[in-house]
Structures are given as C-alpha cells and as structure tokens.
Design a protein around this ligand. Structure first.
Ligand SMILES: [Zn+2]
Ligand SMILES: [Zn+2]
Length: 297
C-alpha cells in the first residue's frame, strides 16, 4: 500500500517543532499555561465534547453557534475535518476490532496508534467515507467549507500564527526589545501550537491503541475495548472506552464515581448553563445486556 508521504512529513515536522520545548530559549511560563489550557480547550472541548460526543454520537444537543465553535476548536487539533473524523470514528464503532476497523490493534500496536494514518486504501478516502458514514454533516455548509480544500488545516496554522503575533505584540507594547518580543512570540507558538497538538494527538491515538489492549472490562462487548485509567486521565475521560463501546450514545463515559471524566463534567456544566439539552445517559440495563457476570479484570 502506498505511503502517504505528505502526512508522514507533516508528522515529522510537527514533532520536531514540538521538541523545541526542550530548548530553553523557547521557554516561558505563559507558553506552558497556553499548552495546558490548549489541551482542555482544543482537546477536551474540541475533540472529545465536539467531534466525538456531539458530532459523532449526538449524545447531547446544543445551540448551533456552540456546535460550530466546538467543531472549530476540534479542527485546530490537526485530526482531519469534522466530517471525515466523524466518518472514521463511526466506522470504528460499526466494525470495532474486525477487519474493517480503520485502526484496530489486532494488526499491531503501532498500526492502531498512528500507522493507519500513513496509508489511505480506496475505501478510506474522505469522499467515500463521508458519503457512507457522515452524510448528515454535509447538510451544514459550515462543515462542507471546513472540509473543502483542507481549510481545517489552514485554520490550525492561522491559530498558531495568532499565538506568535499576540506574544510579539504584547511584548512590543510592553516596551521589550524586538528580539525579546520575537522570543516570547516563538515560545507561545511552540508551546501553544505544535507541542499541544502532539500531546493531544498521542492521547487521542492512545484511545484507539492502548484502550483496545490494556485495562479492565466492565462489559463483555464484542470488541477488545478496555477501561484504562491513565488514558482516561490524559485524554479527559475518553479512556473509559469499554464503557463507551457498551453504550456509544451516552454522553457520560465514566460510569462509576471514581471513573473521572472531565469531558462529562464539561457537558454537565453546559447543562447547568442551559446550553446542553437532550443529554443521553448510560442505559440502565447495560449490565444485563452484556452479561456482566464475568468481567475480565
Ligand atoms: Zn474503540
Ligand atoms: Zn465513539
């Protein structure tokens, strides 16, 4: 199968840029704060709440302006456009761990983590996938526009440059030298852009790889999904993946009180603010459905 060299080069470049956090010249506490805030804003709000729980599974409803905002934040994670991300993930649920699963670790750990992103068989082409699994999103011109001409990538790069410009301007206004201002801008760019993106990449990918190999199974689902507390902690609740495969429509992935689910807490907050409605909760009969008598742990 032909290697997607453009994707491979993109991965290498973004990882190399992220590695610049190890160079002291690029360090600033504001950069670190932007990195941490970005994991929540782009990763949790954008990918988990927006792309995954809202657009893919429609586990809650919200005003269109909020849906579009969440989708835009998700698009800034360089994980495909909303329609293609949704299509890939819906296919994963339809074929979890069988031969049509886009990223099952049955093939290998590295394949499920990112190897699958480096090839594009004909049945995984965006047009084919979106037509089959995410036609509903194409009814909204906003998503059509984001998908067209890889505009989602342009939005991401623009947001990174905005960090640079904001840092540069702030320091120039404060009266710092031009070199100091560029250094601060570069710090915000590296920490808030590539470094944060690489972190969110690997935590999202770990849901596909780690959470289908290691962890406990509360429900005997027909796939290999697991509840993995490390992935759940790092990926804002997405690591309660066995719970999620048992009940994909539920907005809440952490079922037990100690299964900490930051994305669910966020949706709860949106409910309190009156911004999230029609919220799906775990089905009461799940344990019986999956014959929970002998969970493997
Ligand atoms: Zn899965
Ligand atoms: Zn899902």
């Amino acid at each position: 199968m032909k290697l997607k060299t453009d994707t491979l080069i993109g991965f290498i470049v973004v990882h190399l840029l992220a590695a610049l956090v190890l160079v002291p010249w690029f360090f600033s506490w504001t950069g670190v704060a932007l990195f941490a805030a970005g994991i929540y804003v782009f990763g949790v709000l954008g990918i988990n709440v927006g792309f995954h729980r809202l657009l893919t599974h429609r586990s809650f409803a919200c005003p269109l302006w909020l849906e579009h905002t969440l989708a835009l934040l998700g698009a800034c994670c360089l994980q495909f456009s909303p329609p293609f991300w949704v299509a890939v993930h819906r296919r994963h649920h339809h074929h979890a761990d069988d031969e049509l699963d886009p990223h099952s670790p049955v093939k290998s750990f590295l394949w499920s983590h990112f190897g699958w992103l480096l090839v594009r068989p004909p049945d995984m082409k965006p047009a084919v996938m979106i037509d089959r699994y995410a036609r509903d999103l194409l009814r909204d011109p906003f998503y059509v526009k984001l998908e067209a001409r890889k505009n989602w990538m342009k939005v991401t790069v623009a947001s990174w440059l905005l960090f640079y410009a904001a840092g540069l301007l702030a320091r120039l206004i404060a009266g710092d030298s031009v070199i100091e201002a560029h250094q601060f801008g570069a710090s915000l760019f590296i920490w808030g852009g590539p470094a944060r993106t690489v972190f969110v990449w690997h935590t999202t990918w770990a849901v596909n790889s780690v959470s289908h190999i290691w962890g406990y199974r509360t429900f005997n689902t027909p796939d290999d999904s697991r509840n993995n507390f490390i992935v759940a902690f790092l990926a804002g609740g997405e690591g309660w993946h066995n719970n999620h495969h048992a009940d994909p429509n539920s907005a809440r992935h952490g079922h037990k009180w100690w299964e900490f689910d930051l994305s669910w807490i966020t949706i709860r907050l949106l409910m309190l603010l009156g911004l999230a409605t029609k919220v799906s909760l775990p089905s009461p009969g799940l344990a019986e459905t999956f014959n929970r008598a002998t969970p493997t742990r």
